[in-house]
Design a protein around this ligand. Sequence first.
Ligand code: PRP
Length: 182
Amino acid sequence: MSELDADIEAVVVSAEAIDTRIEELARSIDADYAGREPLLVGVLKGAAMFMSDLARALDRPSTMEFMAVSSYAGATASSGVVRILKDLDRDIAGQHVLIVEDIIDSGLTLSWLLRNLTARNPASVEVVALLRKPDAVKVEVPVKYVGFDIPNEFVVGYGLDYAERYRDLPYIGRLRPAVYGG
Ligand code: PRP
């Protein structure tokens, strides 16, 4: 139990369901990457929990890199302008890159990331996202592995924040509107 639980009005994905789904995703990734070592590229900060649990669930060895991007800072969401706050520490040319995202909402961050990383000549680029919202389905972003399709509501936990808090909850939950003045 966490004292943050009181701010959550409903559990959207339980810790047990996350655990089970990550095992399933890991088995698919292990099978698809037979003979190849994936380079997991985690997108900070939201993907931190998913990245560490997924990497440990894989039987296949993987390596890790992290990127931090600011979504559309100083611009409207629809412009899709993304700024790199922290770049990869190494060259990914010839690597089998697997982008690890916590959530795809509008799909703009991912669409930009795919273009950016593909330009660095990796051997392959795929995406694994724990959560996907309905709008993302409309965008032409190829996402090979999806944990859960969730409704278009404000969720926190397991990496997802509201004002930088709630990332440490072990489940995904819907925040009480009173918490954000709704
Ligand atoms: C979230 C999430 C994705 C992005 C998805 O990151 O981790 O990277 O938004 O949204 P989109 O599909 O509409 O582009 P955020 O900018 O909230 O940063 P954080 O992970 O540090 O919380």
